[in-house]
Design a binder for this molecule. Sequence first.
Ligand code: HEM
Ligand code: HEM
Length: 222
Amino acid sequence: MDARGLRTVRVWDGWVRLVHWAIVVLLGLSYASAQAGNLRLHFLSGYAVLALLLFRIAWGFVGSETARFRCFLRSPLAALRHLAAFPRRGPDREVGHNAAGGWMVLVLLGLLLAQAVTGLFADTGYGDFGPLAKSVSAAASDRLTGLHHRIFYYGILPAAALHILAVAAYALVKRHDLVRPMITGRKRLPAGVAPPRMGSPWLAAALLGAAALSVYGLSRLG
Ligand code: HEM
Ligand code: HEM
């Protein structure tokens, strides 16, 4: 414990951090590969995002305390109260996502999942298509391809920009550094704040393996 009564606590497990930064990199790769017309690479990176998301959703039910939806999804009223108190300075006491951030996480995960799932049904019309594109009508595949574009440009990009702006606002207005904990897993918190319980790494590895296998199975359908 230091002179200000702060001590270092492990708040994010390695799995949450791995999923986060891998998704950041893979989003860039998915965009760049689609623009370059390298659909083979685009599919691979899309499958990797899908596997990570499936794992993250499962981990949200059985994983570390700070990863669990039940622990970070609070009422909309709590989220509004949190936002109303935003300009107030004071030490960071949040062990995991704050009441407003929790909803943002849900939106980001939902949009990413919708993006990956619509991709499975997408068709370029020039011989490259997702593994489920031919299991629906051409009209449905067209609509889902359109959605695949729109979710990215009108959903994911604005939501990710807002997310990054919010993280920057915490740093500038409240002097709360949220980025370092998402890298190292550790945060300085007041001594009275109890450390969160971490999930089993064996369970995490098994879930990640199962998610990867399921997506591999899915990819072989087309
Ligand atoms: C370089 C840019 C980014 C930075 C600095 C950043 C930073 C962070 C930080 C600090 C958190 C934890 C917030 C908290 O303390 O509650 C977080 C969570 C999260 N971020 Fe980002 N982020 C970035 C880009 C993105 C992008 C592009 C996406 C996807 C569209 C994304 C999706 C998420 C998600 C889903 C979470 C929740 C993590 C979880 O609970 O598993 N982030 N991010
Ligand atoms: C979350 C991960 C993904 C992201 C961020 C993403 C993003 C994109 C983007 C930005 C485009 C290009 C839109 C444009 O031309 O302006 C695109 C096209 C495409 N994506 Fe994805 N994608 C993802 C996952 C997938 C997956 C898993 C598949 C299938 C396995 C897929 C199949 C396709 C196809 C076939 C196209 C071409 C559609 C066309 O020519 O109109 N995507 N994607």
